[in-house]
Design a protein around this ligand. Structure first.
Ligand SMILES: [Zn+2]
Length: 71
């Protein structure tokens, strides 16, 4: 696992059960929204206890693809 992956995972866990969109992940962690970030988000989405769905983001409230840790 990369350091970026672990950082993203900790952010999503801290916000749980609120979901976060990929734009907010990038903003919160001051990361560029690139293929590397998307790959990490995709990897986290299939981890046990995590899920990706379309819903309002807990931070920006935009209805889009979000990632959350199930409560
Ligand atoms: Zn957001």
């Amino acid at each position: 696992m990369s350091a970026m992956f672990e950082t993203i995972r900790r952010l999503v866990e801290r916000l749980a059960p609120a979901p976060i969109c990929e734009t907010c992940v990038a903003l919160q962690l001051t990361l560029p929204m690139d293929d590397s970030l998307r790959a990490n988000l995709g990897e986290l989405a299939v981890e046990r206890g995590f899920e990706r769905s379309r819903a309002p983001c807990g931070l920006c409230e935009q209805d889009q693809m979000v990632l959350r840790k199930r409560a």
